[in-house]
Design a binder for this molecule. Structure first.
Ligand SMILES: [Zn+2]
Ligand SMILES: [Zn+2]
Ligand SMILES: [Zn+2]
Length: 257
């Protein structure tokens, strides 16, 4: 059976962990699992590399994961912690002598056009802007012979996309998941989902809310991501059910596709 290798490039919330200027126990922890860069995953299959989101840490994540080629970027939404590393696709343009296709919902592409006007308008002649080709996500699509199914959710008042590929789904930055999307999240082997902290947040799922969703959808394994400094890796895992773990930077597993 075909498979894909998934790597968690970043498992932290928008500010990362350690958080600048914070000296709490988790930010000061010496456990490498408590060092979380901004949220992203890498999908490697058929000799291709696809990243979901390009975070402000994309460059260091790509160095750490030794990403030697980049074939596509898929965006969940337009928030800064998910897009600000887009400029760092440039070395791949140069090495591969090709544009990098960028898949996103139309509202996310509109945000990218505003945030990265210099990419779209070529306002700096003589410089080396990223070469990207925007592609609008308006339903399931095939990417290098693998089906990618968008899973719409709400992130506070704004829409966000999760993605299912084979028996795995990645759903970051959500506060609620509509019934139609829950139907797309059944029968999973691995489910990577937002669980910011214990304390309620208007735009993110909490540990309790994500545990309830896992209980309903019954994936074989669930991995929490977009984690803030309230959750120590070891202490939190000790309280979670056996099939639910905190994700961490560098976590890797195979996904049947
Ligand atoms: Zn985020
Ligand atoms: Zn802290
Ligand atoms: Zn967000």
């Amino acid at each position: 059976m075909a498979s894909l290798q998934l790597t968690v490039l970043g498992s932290g919330t928008s500010m990362g962990v350690p958080t600048l200027a914070c000296h709490c126990a988790v930010c000061e922890s010496t456990d490498p699992h408590d060092q979380r860069t901004r949220p992203s995953v890498l999908l490697s299959y058929c000799g291709r590399n696809v990243v979901i989101d390009t975070t402000p840490d994309f460059r260091s994540q790509a160095l750490r994961a030794r990403i030697d080629r980049l074939d596509a970027v898929i965006f969940t939404h337009g928030h800064a912690d998910h897009v600000m590393g887009l400029d760092d696709v440039r070395p791949y343009n140069l090495k591969q002598k090709s544009v990098v296709p960028v898949y996103a919902a139309s509202e996310t592409l509109a945000i990218l056009r505003r945030r990265f006007a210099y990419i779209f308008e070529n306002t700096q002649p003589g410089s080396t802007p990223p070469l990207i080709e925007p592609r609008t996500i308006d339903g399931p699509f095939d990417l290098f012979s693998t089906r990618i199914v968008p899973v719409p959710a709400m992130h506070g008042p704004q829409p966000v996309l999760g993605f299912r590929f084979g028996n795995c789904a990645y759903l970051t930055d959500f506060s609620s998941v509509p019934e139609t999307s829950r139907a797309l999240l059944r029968g999973l082997d691995d489910f990577i989902l937002d669980a910011l902290r214990y304390v309620p947040h208007p735009m993110h799922s909490t540990v309790a809310q994500s545990l309830a969703l896992v209980d309903e959808l019954r994936p074989k394994r669930a991995w929490f991501t977009h984690i803030c400094h309230d959750l120590g890796h070891k202490q939190t895992n000790a309280k979670l059910p056996q099939n639910v773990r905190l994700a961490y930077d560098g976590l890797q597993f195979e996904v049947a596709i």
